[in-house]
Ligand binder design. Structure first.
Ligand code: ADP
Ligand code: MG
Length: 742
């Protein structure tokens, strides 16, 4: 579909008139330069992350209300999304609970009555009056004899000139309503009319993309929906091209003017390590090892990602890389996201390293001062081959003068700045990232630019089956029976309690299905997910819940077995003691919060019971269940849920259907959100506002190929055709000083 070029100003490329230049420069001016952005509104906008005019222009509508397809109350089909216009017959404020407000509106048209309920929007009492004409858009429900809408989009009609039949709904807040946001964005568009297009003409022509000016206007104020889609396509492509160029320039930067190490990959330590393995590597592990060693042996800065579902045995593969660094006379870091995991690595790899003659030390937040001083001094003197640790490795005084390799386990749990900091501790160390996030190959390649990849698809003990079963809370005796049977066989059990990390009030709201905050996203099932427990930040309630659960299990369910509690709020030494005893088999049942989510490896643990499983995201549940079925014994996972909501249960049942994280990802888009893929605070991730990594694979690949082609002919973006691109990239990534791992 063709882009509408409605003004001659939009045409043309390089010849920048002063007006167009001024409009373009305005993009990076403070948002307060836009008409209507008062200091108070500027403050409110800032809270939404909108600081500059550019931010305002890229504050895209979350959805659109199509007033051209209005229906009457009588026509509105129950269960479907509709727009209904009518007159406010009555409006009332109610307080079902002390901290919960609810506005109820009786809306009438010629055919009937619609009851509209809006949670936590008390200001509606001021903006909506009886007798007003309003349009509401949302899903029609039926209960207690009336057609209803809960938290619909609501627009008071008539007080402003018609904006067209399609009304954009921008993310808003209490201080700046959606209507105001629309006005401010409109003003920003006006002020930047004629803004230059950074995309070279040939690329625009190749994909028939709208100009930037048209696209911005069309995405905010489309005349018809296809126009909005075209605008999104253009702007998503631009986002990706910019990110790709940025990533590629960053990685070129990293290897410029440095002497990369060519690692020795047939040395004595590596051989000794291989010989001391208690098992043979699977074929997939062996090829991953070969690919990694190949990348390390090459006289280039290696940037390698090892992707494998939980339990596929990535650690031992990484051990080979670490031994190769030692054989080369280099030093290496292994960084893991949690203390429990770092200690486990020190323990399991330590045995291999001892056998191979690789020296190592452990450094975490709870390492004693004396031990820490010793490890830091020996590392600085070059006497330690491998330093294993947590974020503690990032501290400034931790140095390794001959650093040639940095391994980051569960890389998605680290921010780009943290990964960059680790790498910056050496001149040009090779980097190896381990992750269990299911990223398809094309996508990973595209998003990480120059990264090389290895995949491990199968767990070493494929024969040992792991079954997952969803059980109702009332039937959790079944899970306890299975756990008791396992304990009788000398195996061990995890009971996982969710960590809500939210106030009880917020919980009310979640439970109340009101979901006021989640206006929009209609196609997404609403499912609250628990927070990942990182360090000690957990609500008292959660501790209480887990503590009570442990007491209950110990007294009533498993009186003959040792039941212990593990949560993130415990002191490190205590956590460590519990994990050690569990690993040693002294504890039969470990009641834990999500602190055990990543990486923990106890092969004799074969049963896992997850309480309130519906509160977890699928990716988290998959990570969790990866804790069992790691040895040669078959394992059982029970997902306990009290939910009666069909959608929540159907989601959980996907866990029964497949045990494969990559397959599971197809069930749950949340598994493959940009954040997951790029890492939680990945540099540049914030630049992707429109891109959806699942739906936009084609655009991602195109942008990747185009960026490569540009980098090949003009790596520094110095050609006149690329001047606008270069300027745009600098503006977009001004704050991203960090080096990206790709
Ligand atoms: P992840 O990929 O999730 O990090 P780990 O590296 O922790 O997985 O390995 C999971 C378990 O599988 C560990 O107990 C490990 O010792 C074991 N393991 C790894 N490779 C093999 C193998 N080739 N044969 C048997 N067991 C293996
Ligand atoms: Mg692991």
């Amino acid at each position: 579909m063709s882009a509408k070029t409605n003004t001659s100003k939009e045409k043309g490329g390089a010849s920048a008139s002063p007006d167009r230049l001024a409009a373009t420069l305005l993009l990076d001016a403070p948002a307060s330069r836009v008409r209507g952005v008062s200091p108070a509104r500027a403050g409110a906008l800032e809270k939404l992350g909108v600081r500059t005019v550019r931010d305002l222009l890229t504050h895209y509508p979350r959805r659109y209300v199509d007033l051209s397809s209005v229906c009457t109350v009588a026509e509105a089909r129950i269960g479907s999304a509709c727009t209904i216009q009518g007159t406010v017959h009555e409006i009332k404020l109610k307080r079902p609970r002390p901290k919960l407000t609810l506005v109820e509106i009786a809306l009438v048209d010629q055919t009937g009555l619609l009851v509209v309920t809006a949670f936590r929007q008390p200001w509606l009492m001021d903006t909506v009056r009886a007798g007003a004409q309003v349009a509401v858009a949302g899903k029609v429900e039926f209960s207690y004899g009336f057609k209803r809408m809960t938290n619909p989009y609501l627009e008071v009609l008539g007080d402003e000139p018609a904006t067209g039949m399609i009304i954009p709904v921008h993310p808003a807040c209490e201080k700046v309503s959606a209507a105001w946001m629309r006005r401010l964005v409109g003003n920003a568009l006006e002020a930047t009319c004629g803004v230059l297009d950074p995309l070279p003409l040939d690329l625009r022509a190749k994909y028939r993309l709208m100009s930037r000016g048209c696209a911005l206007r069309a995405i905010h104020f489309p005349q018809a929906m296809p126009e909005a889609h075209e605008a999104r396509r253009r702007l998503a492509y631009e986002e990706l091209l910019m990110l790709e160029l940025f990533l590629m320039q960053q990685s070129a930067e990293r290897s410029r003017d440095v002497e990369p190490v060519a690692h020795v990959t047939d040395g004595p330590r590596l051989r000794a390590l291989a010989a001391s393995l208690p098992f043979a590597l699977t074929d997939e592990q062996a090829s991953a090892r070969d690919e990694i060693l190949g990348a390390m042996a090459a006289p280039r800065v290696a940037n390698h990602m090892l992707l494998g579902d939980v339990g596929t045995g990535k650690t031992v593969v990484a051990a080979h890389a670490l031994a190769a660094a030692a054989d080369t006379g280099g030093q290496a870091f292994l960084m893991a996201p949690t203390e429990v995991l770092a200690r486990q690595h020190a323990k399991s790899l330590g045995a291999l390293f001892d056998a191979a003659g690789v020296t190592y030390a452990l450094l975490t937040g709870s390492t004693s001062a004396a031990e820490r001083a010793d490890a830091v001094a020996r590392s600085a003197a070059g006497e330690i081959d491998v330093l294993i640790g947590t974020h503690a490795l990032l501290e400034d005084d931790v140095v390794a003068p001959r650093l040639t390799l940095a391994v980051v386990d569960e890389q998605q749990r680290f921010g780009v700045d943290q990964r960059a900091k680790l790498l910056s501790k050496g001149a040009a160390p090779d980097a190896l990232f381990l992750t269990a996030t299911p990223i398809p190959r094309t996508l990973a390649l595209a998003l990480f630019g120059s990264l090389t990849l290895s995949y491990i698809k199968h767990r070493p003990h494929d024969a040992a089956r792991r079954t997952t079963c969803v059980v109702a809370k009332s039937e959790r005796g079944r899970a306890y029976d299975a756990a008791a049977a396992a304990l009788a066989r000398g195996e061990q059990v995890y009971v996982v309690c969710p960590l809500i990390g939210k106030s009880s009030e917020e919980r009310d709201e979640l439970a109340g299905k009101g979901a006021a905050a989640r206006e929009g996203d209609a196609e997404e099932a609403f499912h609250p997910t628990v927070a990942i427990e990182d360090d000690a930040d957990m609500a008292d309630d959660d501790v209480t819940a887990a503590t009570q659960e442990a007491a209950f299990l110990s007294a009533k369910v498993f009186p003959d077995h040792e039941v212990a509690l593990l949560h993130g709020g415990m002191p490190a030494a205590e956590k460590q003691a519990v994990m050690d005893r569990f690993r040693a088999g002294e504890i039969g049942v470990l009641v834990a919060t999500t602190v055990i989510e990543v990486g923990v490896d106890v092969p004799r643990a074969t049963v896992m019971i997850v309480e309130d499983a519906d509160r977890f995201g699928l990716s988290q549940l998959h990570q969790l269940r990866g804790r069992v079925g790691r040895g040669s014994l078959p394992a059982q996972v029970f997902l306990v849920s009290a939910s009666k909501q069909e959608a929540a249960l159907a989601r959980l049942r996907a866990m029964e259907t497949t045990d494969d994280g990559y397959e599971l990802a197809a069930f749950d888009l949340s598994l493959r959100r940009e954040g997951d893929i790029l890492g939680n605070r990945q540099s540049g991730a914030s630049a992707l506002k429109l891109v959806n990594v699942v739906r936009d694979q084609g655009i991602i690949e195109a942008a990747n190929a185009d960026a490569r082609a540009i980098m090949e002919v003009d790596p520094l973006l110095e050609e006149p055709d690329h001047a606008a691109l270069a300027r745009e990239m600098r503006a977009l990534f001004a704050q991203e000083r960090a080096v990206v791992g790709g």
